[in-house]
Design a protein around this ligand. Structure first.
Ligand code: NAD
Ligand code: 0WE
Length: 259
């Protein structure tokens, strides 16, 4: 019997089979969780639908996290279908393309900053706000995806760094606020993975090579490794862990020097 048997999970952020959210879905499905999915827009619907079927899921809803009404409607449908929920996975990040290239001081704009923080950070708090009433009295948990740029300056990551810092701080405030209701809130800080969100980034292959040469494990991480860590964190095996950023990066973040 899988360690997520009996758990119901909402997965936000599947766009393709390379999505981190999909790696998490596969691990959670394997461990016995029942899954629901959202898709950002109609263009992505058929792809998410096909992937949902692969995990025997039939609960599929539109949700652009920029729209309060779409978040509200999605959770209304979950309440109808499931009544309660045990797990919410937030694997969403976005900044306008022009923000992710060149010097931070030159690329950053008021609008770019606003959008990055709205979509990549506030949306997690918005999901928590709607999920918490459906989680009370259960051993529930929320999970988000972060990146090293939250705590260290990384070239070209630019305003996504401050947005991830805000996301990690929000995760801690949510953990503190929802802990008394038995709800845990954590983040995984993943090493670079070639997903859709990473595909268009200039120099991404160079970054992957740098990690391979520098990280203690001397390799890049896989979707399966992130998926397994996520399944653990959202399970009762992690009942003592909340407000934590778990690095799944082959140890890259803690290295001070490497030859
Ligand atoms: P991805 O492109 O597969 O997933 C990003 C998702 O965000 C997509 O499903 C997209 O539909 C969704 N999204 C964007 N704007 C949205 C909106 N307005 N409303 C709803 N959904 C929206 O890429 P990914 O790499 O799997 O990204 C998932 C998360 O993992 C992000 O938070 C990203 O920052 C984080 N992360 C990625 C890496 C990496 O190297 N790929 C490393 C660490 C953390
Ligand atoms: O969080 C991310 C990716 C975030 C992202 C990616 C895109 C590409 C397409 C946010 N917004 C957009 N907007 C687009 O239009 N990662 C952790 C992956 C990533 O992105 C980088 C990285 C890494 C790692 C960008 C520059 C430098 C490193």
């Amino acid at each position: 019997m899988g360690f997520l048997t009996g758990k119901r999970a909402l997965i936000v952020g599947v766009a393709s089979k390379r999505s981190i959210a999909w790696g998490i879905s596969e691990a959670m499905h394997r461990e016995g969780a029942e899954l629901a999915y959202t898709y950002q827009n109609e263009k992505l619907r058929p792809r998410v639908e096909a992937l949902a079927e692969q995990t025997q899921s039939s609960l599929l809803m539109p949700m652009d996290v920029a729209e309060d009404s779409e978040i509200r409607d999605a959770f209304a449908k979950i309440r109808e279908q499931w009544d309660s929920i045990d797990i919410v996975v937030h694997a969403v990040g976005f900044a306008p393309r022009d923000q992710l290239d060149g010097r931070y001081s030159e690329a950053v704009t008021r609008e770019g900053f606003r959008i990055a923080h709205d979509i990549s950070s506030y949306s997690f708090s918005a999901l928590a706000k709607h999920a918490a009433p459906l989680m009370r009295g259960r051993q529930a948990s929320l999970l988000t995806l972060s990146y090293l740029g939250a705590v260290k300056a990384v070239p070209n990551y630019n305003v996504m760094g401050p947005a991830k810092a805000s996301l990690e701080a929000s995760m801690r405030f949510l953990a503190n606020d929802l802990g008394p209701d038995g709800i845990r809130v954590n983040a995984i800080s993943a090493g670079p993975i070639k997903t859709l969100a990473a595909a268009g980034i200039g120099g991404f292959r160079k970054m992957l090579r740098h990690v391979e040469e520098t990280a203690p494990m001397r390799r890049n991480i896989t979707l399966e490794q992130v998926g397994n860590a996520a399944a653990f964190l959202c399970s009762d095996l992690a009942s003592g862990i909340t407000g934590e950023v778990l690095y799944v990066d082959g140890g890259y973040n803690m290295v001070g020097m490497s030859f």
